[in-house]
Design a protein around this ligand. Structure first.
Ligand code: ZN
Ligand code: ZN
Length: 363
């Protein structure tokens, strides 16, 4: 058993991450220690590093798309559930050494605030997020709360599973919200086949496109203007149409999901949706949204955001993808090259998702 491990930590904002050797941590009550096999690189990591969110305590280890093996299990405490109506699975899986798990952005919730009690733990007043409030997965080992880990099948390649933990999950939550908002005023059913616009065709959109197409919907992929490779990629995955984010789609969309952190896309997407349609902003941060005329919001169009995830989202999502042959496209990087992976993400020079593999070393 190793006594120290390598972590890549953020020590000051807008600066390169720093490689450090740290003592391997021990799991506390209801926690597990995980030997990390892969950790996806999410746009949120870039926002944290750039100081675009409320500033985290430093140093912090980024990364919240973690896949690894349970390596040690902490003592189990007698947890009293705050609310008897909470689902029985609220305590999470009973984990054993050797189990493969995934650790998402949602690291802990209080279980007691108004949001937790109404099954909106994604909005918990005291939520702790992985790789933001507590150390994440740009490391060889990490600690997680057992109840917030998801089981990841042994048959899955860890590098391909990693992007599912945030890009996949958040995309899926946005997709469900979009579908929910399209039901009529009295809850009438949505159309069997929807026209869904995905703005920003990266890690989240390339996973969601496969799920939506499998569900019988049409995907319209919007990329950075001139990104022919991105548009080609979307078509390979079955998109009905792919074009520049500034383009008008051939038919009005039922919903537009925004994965690019670009505020000017909000009015653009509002102009692309039909009456009663919705624009869902799926990122944690976005540049300022320019003023727009009321006429493009009129006729019951909506704009809303998606924040974080609930454990139930994760359970639904992993059940769902067990029935769909989702193929995640990944580019792997050794831990030391996390900054390069982040810059590639920023510039849009990635096909699919970037994933760090801590076991790999640079030559
Ligand atoms: Zn709470
Ligand atoms: Zn993320």
């Amino acid at each position: 058993m190793k006594r120290t491990h390598r972590v890549l930590q953020l020590e000051s904002y807008r600066s390169p991450l720093v490689l450090r050797e740290r003592r391997v941590p021990d799991p506390g009550p209801d926690q597990v220690r995980i030997r990390i096999e892969a950790c996806g690189v999410c746009r949120t990591d870039l926002h944290v590093r750039d100081g675009e969110l409320d500033e985290a305590r430093l140093p912090i280890v980024l990364g919240h798309e973690i896949v690894g093996r349970v390596d040690a299990v902490g003592p189990v405490s007698e947890r009293t559930m705050p609310d008897a109506s909470q689902p029985a699975d609220d305590t999470g899986p009973a984990l054993r050494v050797g189990d493969r798990v995934g650790v998402p952005w949602l690291g802990w919730t209080c279980g007691a605030c108004a949001f937790c009690r109404r099954d909106e733990e994604n909005l918990c007043d005291r939520a702790v997020f992985t790789g933001y409030h507590r150390d994440g997965g740009y490391a060889e080992y990490t600690i997680a709360e057992s109840a917030y880990c998801f089981p990841v099948p042994d048959t899955m390649d860890p590098t391909h599973a990693a992007p599912l933990l945030c890009a996949g999950l958040i995309g899926y939550r946005a997709y469900r919200l979009a579908r929910h908002s399209l039901r009529g005023f009295d809850g009438a059913g949505e159309a069997p086949s929807l026209r869904l616009g995905l703005y920003g065709f990266g890690a989240a959109a390339h996973i969601l496109a496969q799920v939506a197409i499998h569900d019988g919907h049409e995907v319209y992929a919007f990329t950075r203007p001139g990104d022919g490779a991105g548009q080609e990629f979307a078509k390979e995955l079955g998109a009905a149409w792919a074009g520049d984010s500034t383009a008008t789609p051939p038919s009005p969309l039922d919903a537009a999901l925004l994965f690019a952190p670009v505020g000017s896309l909000v009015p653009t997407a509002l102009r692309a949706i039909r009456k009663g349609g919705s624009v869902i902003c799926a990122g944690i941060h976005m540049s300022e949204i320019p003023a727009f005329p009321y006429a493009i919001l009129w006729e019951e169009r909506t704009v809303r955001s998606v924040a974080n995830l609930t454990r139930r989202d994760g359970t639904h999502f992993f059940e769902k993808i067990a029935t769909i042959p989702v193929r995640t496209e990944v580019e792997t990087f050794p831990l030391e090259q996390a900054d390069e992976a982040l810059e590639r993400l920023r510039s849009g020079a990635l096909r699919g998702a970037a994933v760090l593999v801590p076991g790999r070393t640079t030559d």
